[in-house]
Design a protein around this ligand. Structure first.
Ligand SMILES: *Cc1c(COP(=O)(O)O)cnc(C)c1O
Length: 399
C-alpha cells in the first residue's frame, strides 16, 4: 500500500478508526512535524501544546509523569532514564560550585558515590550524617548548605529517617529537603505531606515492578525548581526512551495491588523469620523489636513496605548454604520485582567497604536483604524455612 503522496519512503498514515485503543500507544518518533513556523513558534512559547524532539519530551514520558504527579500530589515532575538520572537532576541540575550538601549516611550506593566523588570534583562539598539524629545533622550544617538528601527507609538496615525533624530543620534554615522515596513508594509514604521539598523515585523498582525497565522521576514543590531540573535532564540526556516509559506505565497499572500484597507478605515473613533457629536478628520497621519502631509507626502509619532484612548466625558458610537451599528465590541485586529477590550486601552493594566499616553498619557475612514479591505466602515461608535449616547444617559442619 502506498501512502497519500504515493511515496514508499514516507510512513503510511494510520487508518482511521472511530474507536480508540484501550492501551496507551507507543510513540517512538524522535521528531514531530509542525504545520508552519508560526505553529512551531507557538509550541516553543507554550501557547500551543505540541512535541518537537523526543529528548525534550514525548507522550509516553508525559503519561508516566502524570501518573506519578498524581501519586505524589504535585505537578510538573520529570521522568528520567533511571533513578540515578533523577538523583543527578537534583544534585547536578540545582547545585553550583561552592554549595554544600548533607547526605544521609546510608544512601543508595551510587548516590553516595555522586556525593563522595563527583560533587567534590565539580567544586561542591558534602557531609554525611545520620538522618535519625537531628543534632548530628544540625552539627553538619554550614552557611553554604543548600540541601539535605535522605531516603525514608535506609538500605539495607531499614533504619527510618526523622523526616519531620529534618523538615523542621530545613524550614528553619531555608534549605531544601530532598527525599528519595523509592523504598517506601507513594503508596507507603507521601513526603510532601511531611515537609519535603523534592521527591525522587527509582521507577525501576516497585513502581514498574517487573525488572525489565530502568526509569526515574523527580518533582519539586516549587515548579521553578522542577523546570530547572527538566532543562538539565533535556540538556544532559537524562530523559527516557518512549519504550521504557510504555513498559513502566504498563507495570504501574498494577502497582498498588502488588505493593499491598508484597507488604502483607513481608509482615508475615518477618515474624516467621524471627521464629526460626539460626537467626541473629530480623529487621522490619513494623516489628516491635525494630530500633526505629516508634518513629516508623508515626511516620509510615503501619505501612512497613516490602523489604525485610535478616542476619544468619553462621557467617559466609551459612549464607552460601542459605542461597543454595532457597533456590526458589532470585539471588540478585535489585528490589521491587514481582518475584522475591535476595541480596547479600557484603558481596554486592557494600563490598567496597572494609570488614570493619561493614561491622559498624551491622552488615555481617550472614546479613541478607529480602525484597518480598508476589509468591503465595505459604510457599515463600517454606522456602525461607528450608534455607534457614540448610544454613544451620552448614554452620555445624563448618565448626
Ligand atoms: C535503585 C535505587 C536508585 C537508583 O535507581 P536506578 O533506577 O537503578 O538508577 C536510587 N535510590 C534508591 C533508594 C534505589 O533503590
Amino acid at each position: 500500500m502506498r501512502n497519500a503522496r504515493g511515496s514508499l519512503i514516507r510512513p503510511t498514515p494510520l487508518p482511521e478508526s472511530a474507536s480508540r485503543p484501550v492501551v496507551t500507544p507507543l510513540s517512538p518518533s524522535v521528531a514531530y512535524s509542525s504545520d508552519t513556523p508560526d505553529m512551531l513558534d507557538a509550541q516553543y512559547e507554550g501557547r500551543l501544546q505540541g512535541y518537537t524532539y523526543a529528548r525534550e519530551g514525548h507522550p509516553n514520558a508525559d503519561v508516566v509523569a502524570a501518573r506519578l504527579d498524581a501519586m505524589e500530589g504535585m505537578d510538573g515532575g520529570v521522568v528520567t532514564g533511571s533513578g540515578m538520572g533523577a538523583v543527578a537532576c537534583v544534585l547536578m541540575g540545582l547545585l553550583k560550585a561552592g554549595d554544600h550538601v548533607i547526605g544521609a549516611n546510608q544512601l543508595y550506593g551510587r548516590s553516595m558515590r555522586l556525593m563522595a566523588e563527583d560533587l567534590p570534583r565539580l567544586g561542591m562539598t558534602t557531609t554525611l550524617a545520620d538522618p535519625g539524629d537531628i543534632s548530628a545533622v544540625r552539627a553538619a550544617l554550614r552557611p553554604e548548605t543548600r540541601m539535605i538528601l535522605v531516603e525514608v527507609v535506609s538500605n539495607p538496615s531499614l533504619r527510618v529517617a526523622d523526616i519531620k525533624g529534618l523538615a523542621a530543620l530545613c524550614r528553619e534554615r531555608g534549605i531544601l529537603l530532598v527525599v528519595d522515596n523509592t523504598f517506601t513508594t507513594p503508596r507507603g509514604f507521601r513526603p510532601f505531606d511531611h515537609g519535603a521539598d523534592i521527591v525522587i523515585h527509582s521507577i525501576t523498582k516497585l513502581l514498574a515492578g517487573h525488572s525489565d525497565v530502568m526509569l526515574g522521576y523527580v518533582v519539586a514543590r516549587d515548579g521553578a525548581l522542577s523546570a530547572r531540573m527538566s532543562v538539565f535532564a533535556v540538556t544532559a540526556w537524562l530523559t527516557p526512551s518512549p519504550f521504557d516509559c510504555w513498559l513502566a506505565e504498563r507495570g504501574m497499572l498494577s502497582f498498588e495491588l502488588r505493593f499491598d500484597r508484597a507488604q502483607q507478605t513481608a509482615g508475615l515473613l518477618a515474624d516467621h523469620l524471627a521464629g526460626l533457629p539460626g537467626m541473629a536478628r530480623v529487621l522490619y520497621p513494623m516489628r516491635a523489636d525494630h530500633p526505629d519502631h516508634t518513629r516508623a509507626q508515626d511516620l509510615l502509619g503501619g505501612q512497613g513496605g516490602n523489604m525485610v532484612s535478616f542476619e544468619l548466625t553462621g557467617g559466609r558458610a551459612a549464607a552460601n548454604a542459605f542461597t543454595r537451599a532457597a533456590d526458589g528465590l532470585s539471588f540478585a541485586p535489585t528490589l521491587g520485582d514481582v518475584g522475591t529477590t535476595l541480596s547479600h550486601p557484603a558481596t554486592s552493594s557494600h563490598r567496597a567497604l572494609s570488614a570493619d566499616e561493614r561491622a559498624q553498619l551491622g552488615l555481617s557475612e550472614g546479613f541478607f536483604r529480602v525484597s518480598v514479591g508476589l509468591e503465595s505466602p505459604d510457599d515463600l515461608l517454606r522456602i525461607f524455612s528450608e534455607g534457614a535449616a540448610a544454613a544451620i547444617d552448614a554452620g555445624i559442619s563448618a565448626r
